[in-house]
Ligand binder design. Structure first.
Ligand code: ZN
Length: 234
């Protein structure tokens, strides 16, 4: 079995009901930044920490289920994606056992891919709905970080990856932010954190000032995946 049925049950008390009848439309990937899976599970199941996730995948590929998918796990915190907040009510959270600086293991990636196939199909979530914690909280969060292989997921239709046709135009901060906003980033957090989050996911080798290649990549993503946003509240 490959789906959540294969999970080891490790219930966390840290969850509630999804608000306003919201259903998962996103999958958020995290790293635990802990030494091992046991330490992370202890923390995610301790009432005093008030954090959790739906799943944790250990380095050896073992899958733990902490919170039922129809419940609201507490993994996202404050943030906004595509102009919408309360990411916890809109998402399924998957923690990857990783200290933050190491490569993600093959058994862990293989398990994650099986999980994503299953979750995306069951909830009708599109590949662009699979996002990083850092995507919607760029000022606060850096996970799953530059070692995570987003391209590998995208090649299987489990995430998205930029495929720009041209080398890109002259770097321009406001044009970059406009495209980043169209793709989903909360650009009110500022240019520097948004560029850092974008690069951690799509151009982890890039350093220094905005480049034409950043422009080409974000504009390609914006063109392919821009969504209508809710009208601003009066
Ligand atoms: Zn996280």
């Amino acid at each position: 079995m490959s789906g959540p049925d294969a999970a080891i049950s490790r219930p966390s008390p840290n969850f509630g009901d999804r608000r306003d009848g919201l259903r998962p439309e996103l999958v958020v990937l995290h790293y635990t930044a802990m030494p091992d899976a046991e330490a992370a599970l202890d923390r995610l199941c301790a009432p005093e920490h008030e954090v959790s996730a739906h799943y944790l995948i250990a380095r050896d590929g073992r899958l733990f289920r902490l919170v039922d998918e129809d419940k609201r796990a507490w993994h996202a915190g404050a943030g906004e994606w595509r102009g919408r907040g309360d990411v916890n009510s809109r998402s399924i959270g998957i923690e990857l056992d990783n200290c933050g600086h190491s490569p993600f293991s093959e058994p862990q990636m293989a398990r994650l891919e099986l999980m994503l196939c299953d979750i995306l199909a069951r909830w009708g979530i599109a590949p662009e709905g699979v996002i990083a914690h850092s995507d919607f909280a760029p000022r606060r969060k850096g996970d799953p970080g530059p070692r995570f292989d987003w391209r590998r997921l995208a090649l299987q239709g489990l995430a998205v990856w930029p495929v720009p046709a041209s080398p890109g135009r002259r770097p321009d901060e406001s044009a970059f932010l406009a495209a980043a906003r169209a793709f989903g980033y909360p650009v009110g957090e500022g240019f520097v954190p948004v560029l850092a989050a974008f690069r951690a996911r799509f151009r982890p080798w890039a350093r220094g000032p905005l480049e034409a290649a950043d422009m080409a990549a974000i504009e390609n993503l914006a063109r392919r995946f821009a969504v209508d946003r809710p009208a601003p509240r009066a």
